[in-house]
Design a protein around this ligand. Structure first.
Ligand SMILES: Cc1ncc(COP(=O)(O)O)c(C=O)c1O
Length: 431
């Protein structure tokens, strides 16, 4: 049996290689991002080692006065950033935030209306995910294939007919705003909660560059804190219902998180979330604007080169994502692999008409991490050319990878944070 040091060396070595992969490539997975150097340092503090069930001032353990102070600040900044009367930053992921809301607002056997995963919804909305785990009856909302969102007119009719308990909007493939405003009325008429899963677009919402679901009528927003919101891995629950006026509603949400779905929340992540929210309050508007402009520039540049970018007639995208149909060029699975060999990291994705999630015809691209490391709309033409060289010109991935590495080398410092200029990848020395 190898001694522990050998295992540790093995892990260090793998992480160093992983840093090289990202440091010499183009990270374009739409659900990822890199945190700021300050936030990353906070992940290593002693907060990691502690327990703090409950809310500040209402704990079950001693030794938490400083944890309480930070957590109060975290909730305060989240409230400011998202203009939310109720915030809960304790969920450890977007999925647990969804579970907490299902736990709080539904009983087994209740009905939730949501898009199908084939139409862009997340697995936690599905019978085989968190919704199924809660025993919910999941019915599909009608999709609008032109904009890959919910068909608002048909959905309004369906809500009146089915009278669900929850209408769940928000997607993993999320190019255009969801019809929150159009569906808030029908949902309220039948007594359904309108829940908006903003996992992907939280940073765009915080930066004022996407829809604002709480102002448009969503009762609750759930999200991840590590996608377009460039914070640590984690989740969040938000509502505009004031705990003093809607105590039973917000108390229910609170219990859905603890003790419902989280025992000890991750205190080091909470510390890093605090800084991420503060940074987004300061820089989020510029960051989110550059993300959306870059996605639109990338979509246009890919289409100019002859690739089929979805939703052309609607301007391709209003988010951090771009969806490309590569069915005629070998399919998403094969191309995502070839692109990785060329240093471009993205993922295969189902697009309308696909039936096999393991061999879909689409690619989903995200610009949020490229922008985080200093790119903007001006660089997207070059990025599109790298895609074209692999997908259309059939160049060997190795030859493209060299050029990608030289290009990426100019963009590996974190931007839109308090201490910009530090390296995003490999900035902490391992040995
Ligand atoms: C729409 C949506 N909701 C929830 C999640 C889950 O987020 P997490 O990975 O933080 O659990 C995702 C993940 O990508 C998502 O796309």
């Amino acid at each position: 049996m190898a001694d522990p040091e050998q295992h540790a060396d093995f892990v260090y070595d793998q992480i160093e290689q992983h840093h090289d992969l990202f440091g010499t490539g183009l990270p374009m997975i739409a659900s990822e991002n890199c945190i700021s150097p300050t936030a990353r340092r906070l992940l290593a503090s002693d907060f990691h080692d502690r327990y703090a069930e409950g809310r500040p001032g209402k704990r079950y353990y001693q030794g938490l006065e400083h944890v309480d102070e930070v957590e109060r600040r975290c909730e305060q900044l989240a409230g400011e950033l998202f203009d939310a009367a109720y915030t809960d930053t304790r969920p450890t992921a977007g999925t647990t935030a969804n579970m907490a809301v299902f736990f709080a607002r539904t009983e087994p056997g209740d009905t939730v209306l949501t898009l199908d995963t084939d139409d862009g919804a997340h697995i936690s909305h599905a019978p085989i995910g968190a919704a199924g785990l809660r025993g919910l009856n999941v019915e599909k909302l009608p999709a609008d294939p032109d904009r890959l969102t919910v068909d608002a007119d048909r959905a309004a009719e369906q809500i009146r007919e089915v009278e669900p308990d929850v209408v769940l909007l928000g997607q993993s493939l999320f190019l255009f705003p969801a019809p929150v405003e159009q569906l808030a009325g029908p949902a309220a008429e039948v007594g359904a909660d309108l829940v908006y899963d903003g996992a992907h677009v939280l940073g765009l919402i915080g930066g004022g560059q996407f829809q604002d679901p709480l102002r448009e009528g969503a009762d609750v927003v759930t999200a991840s804190t590590h996608k377009t919101l460039p914070g640590p891995q984690g989740g969040i629950v938000l509502s505009d219902k004031d705990p003093e006026e809607a105590e039973s509603f917000t108390d229910g949400l609170d219990k859905g998180v603890f003790p419902g779905t989280v025992s000890n929340h991750h205190l080091h992540h909470m510390a890093a979330k605090t800084v991420a929210f503060a940074e987004h309050l300061a820089f989020g508007e510029d960051y989110a604007e550059a993300i959306v402009e870059s996605s639109q520039a990338l979509a246009g540049a890919l289409a100019e080169r002859g690739l089929t970018v979805l939703c052309e007639e609607h301007g391709y995208t209003e988010s951090h994502q771009v969806a490309v149909d590569v069915g005629d060029h070998g399919g998403g699975k094969q191309l995502a692999q070839r692109l990785e060999e060329a240093g471009i990291i993205c993922n295969m994705n189902m697009i309308p008409g696909d039936e096999n999630p393991l061999d879909p015809s689409g690619l989903r691209l995200g610009t949020q991490e490229l922008v985080r490391t200093g790119m903007g709309p001006d660089e997207m033409d070059q990025v599109a050319e790298f895609y074209a060289r692999v997908i259309l010109k059939d160049e060997t991935p190795d030859s493209v990878a060299e050029d990608v590495a030289a290009f990426a080398d100019r963009f590996d410092e974190v931007h839109y944070c308090f201490d910009p200029g530090q390296e995003a990848y490999r900035f902490w020395e391992l040995s």
